[in-house]
Design a protein around this ligand. Structure first.
Ligand code: TYM
Length: 332
């Protein structure tokens, strides 16, 4: 690893097939960052069990997510790409950080409040403690930048607060991370209800585009996307959230700016516009899908890559863990 480069860490939960929200909000930027940063990426399987998981599904989704990581262009030769539960330091570090995190600050987490509503039959301690596990993920690796979508900002703030608190007691031993949130794509919303973020766990499959959706499915979902009655392609998140979301998606898929998109569709109806957005997404996803099909059939290749990555990750993580344990006063 190149010491002159800034350390980047991010992770994604294997809680279902990824959406274009995950791709445009996070993964696409992760791929781009590999050139200039010292990157570590993880399949956050420990996070996934904060909601009920069927064992076979968790197992399959974990492998599928690893294959998607490689298919989009995360490169195991350039970055450390590992499975979170393969590095036990994450759970041990979480325990230490728990003792420096206040009940009150965890109670204020938006995601906890939302998930407590959607999973009201299973508001477990892990769901409450989830942001501390995420802080452990980040802080174990001396992370300077955390690239995510907008929805993770509050969790990164918590990680910063915990790091500063620990440093305040024991001296500067943890690196205080910065969020790194893209300008476009940070919040791709549901195609059916643009007031909600696009989510892979949405019960309505028309609300999201999965990275692995077939072209005809993608086109059908965009045709059904909620817009408004104005027939005007104009960016206005407050009054035209559906259209603005489609413009954001089109911008992410084509690299075109918002003003350019408004000009392109000036005087054209929503039918044309939706088809163009759909086609741009089909074009962006098709090379990824082809690569995914190739990689998912080669489990031996993936196993070799994540085994090596876990060792490299554990070396870094165990060092941070040991330093904090020493400071706290554990007899090591
Ligand atoms: P997760 O698995 O929900 O989402 C993975 C990444 O995708 C981004 N994202 C979106 N971006 C734009 N629009 C959307 N609709 C959208 N939906 C999701 C998320 O912001 C995220 O970057 N807690 C994290 C996983 C995690 C993590 C970490 C992230 C665990 N440990 C340490 C960073 C650092 C999560 O649930 O992401």
């Amino acid at each position: 690893m190149d010491k002159a480069k800034k350390r980047v860490f991010s992770a994604i939960q294997p809680s279902g097939t990824l959406t274009i929200g995950n791709y445009f909000g996070a993964l696409k930027n992760h791929v781009a960052m590999q050139e200039d940063y010292d990157c570590i990426f993880s399949v956050a399987d420990l996070h996934a069990i904060t909601v009920k998981q069927e064992p076979e599904k968790l197992y399959t989704h974990t492998l599928e997510l690893y294959a998607i990581f490689l298919a989009v262009g995360l490169d195991p030769e350039k970055s450390i790409i590992f499975i979170q539960s393969h590095v036990p330091a994450h759970t041990e570090f979480t325990w230490l950080l728990n003792c420096f995190t206040q009940f009150g600050e965890l109670s204020r987490m938006h995601q906890f409040k939302e998930k407590s509503k959607t999973h009201s039959d299973n508001i477990n301690a892990g769901l409450f403690d989830y942001p501390v596990l995420m802080a452990a993920d980040i802080l174990l690796y001396n992370t300077e930048l955390v690239p995510t979508g907008q929805d993770q900002k509050q969790h990164i703030e918590l990680a910063r607060n915990v790091a500063q608190r620990v440093n305040g007691i024991y001296g500067d031993i943890l690196v205080v991370p910065e969020p790194y949130i893209p300008r476009t794509g940070a919040k791709i919303t549901s195609l059916q209800d643009p007031s909600k973020k696009m989510s892979k766990s949405d019960s309505n499959a028309n609300a999201f585009i999965s990275i692995l959706d077939e072209p005809d499915v993608i086109i059908k979902k965009f045709k059904r996307a909620v817009t408004d009655s104005e027939a005007l392609v104009k960016f206005d998140e407050e009054n035209k959230p559906g259209v603005s979301n489609l413009m954001n998606i089109y911008s992410c898929a084509t690299g075109r700016g918002i003003a350019e998109i408004e000009k392109e569709f000036d005087g054209r109806g929503y039918g044309d516009f939706k088809m163009a957005v759909a086609q741009s997404v089909v074009d962006a996803l098709s090379p990824i899908q082809a690569e995914y099909k190739r990689i998912i059939s080669d489990k031996a290749y993936m196993s070799e890559k994540f085994a090596v990555a876990a060792e490299r990750a554990a070396d870094i993580a165990n060092d941070t863990l040991r330093r904090l344990k020493e400071k706290i006063g554990f007899y090591i």
